[in-house]
Design a binder for this molecule. Structure first.
Ligand SMILES: NC(=O)c1ccc[n+]([C@@H]2O[C@H](COP(=O)([O-])OP(=O)(O)OC[C@H]3O[C@@H](n4cnc5c(N)ncnc54)[C@H](OP(=O)(O)O)[C@@H]3O)[C@@H](O)[C@H]2O)c1
Length: 262
């Protein structure tokens, strides 16, 4: 795959913390003008100051992607600031581990509103802009957890699987129009989202390492950037297993971690 140039104009949702924040810092360092969005404005303001302090260009927009109209409009608002839109990263997401017997309707609706409807609306808002430019890169942050459900992750895994298939469909429809589409599938990354987890998180990366890996990977605009490599391999293997084997292996791992954590 040929290496593309670094995008000059990038919009990232969910940039007030974690992976989105680290990716904004990374693109700032790489010379892109970055528009960062999320709900918490003070965090966005201090991120922009940090990017500018390091010599980069950054602006912020407040946007709640659980409102599909707002999510759909954010690409246009970003393009007005940036002057073009080389890349949009639908990264905003929520997730908490919850056993099926304790799932609340409110939490499941929120997961779907943010991770599925919000991400889809964000990316859809960028499509006409990129078609008009005749170039652009649509990026969605799903998860390795979307490849196969894990105990306590029914709604989260389902939301990420939906986003993965949506991105694949966009790639099928848009690649001939000069628009790249990439599905970023992280394994465990140290962020506020995972800081609540009380189970083992094998091969966990820090957010800066993840952001560098993602930005390097996106340069070739592949269908997928999945990491870390050992978990990418194991989750691919899990996709080939019959349900009974997958269930045995994951329940055993869950029991072991429960024992270890008391
Ligand atoms: N960390 C991991 O191990 C991991 C693994 C696989 C995939 N992921 C995915 O990576 C993405 C980033 O997660 P993270 O780990 O960096 O989590 P995080 O630190 O909790 O960040 C989540 C980001 O999403 C934003 N967000 C949440 N709800 C929003 C809403 N309604 N509207 C707009 N923004 C919203 C948050 O900003 P505000 O609260 O300011 O709105 C925050 O900036 C998520 O899609 C997550 O599912 C993470």
């Amino acid at each position: 795959m040929a290496k593309r140039s670094t995008p000059r104009s990038v919009l990232i949702t969910g940039a007030s913390s974690g992976i989105g924040r680290a990716l904004a810092l990374e693109y700032g360092k790489r010379g892109a003008h970055v528009v960062v969005t999320a709900r918490r404005e003070p965090e966005l303001v201090s991120l922009c100051e940090e990017i500018r302090g390091a010599g980069g260009r950054a602006d912020h927009l407040v946007c709640d992607v659980a409102d599909p109209v707002a999510a759909h409009a954010v690409a246009k608002r970003g393009e007005e600031i940036l002057g073009s839109l080389d890349m949009i990263v639908a990264n905003a997401g929520v997730g908490a581990s919850s056993h099926a017997s304790r799932l609340s309707l409110e939490d499941v609706v929120r997961t779907i509103d943010v991770n599925v409807r919000g991400a889809m609306a964000t990316l859809m808002g960028a499509i006409p802009i990129m078609l008009g430019q005749k170039h652009g890169h649509l990026v969605g942050v799903s998860s390795l957890a979307g490849r196969r459900a894990l105990p306590g992750s029914a709604d989260y895994s389902a939301s990420k699987a939906a986003l993965t298939v949506f991105l694949e469909g966009l790639r099928l429809d848009l690649s001939r129009a000069g628009i790249d589409v990439t599905d970023v599938q992280p394994g465990f990354v140290e962020t506020p989202m995972t800081s609540k987890n009380d189970f083992p998180m094998p091969f966990i990366w820090d957010a800066a390492k993840a952001a560098t890996y993602v930005a390097d990977g996106l340069e070739r605009a592949p269908a997928m950037v999945a990491f870390p490599p050992p978990l990418r391999f194991l989750t691919r293997l899990a996709q080939l297993l019959p349900f009974s084997v997958h269930a045995f292996a994951t329940r055993r791992a869950a029991r072991r971690s429960t024992k270890r954590n008391g």
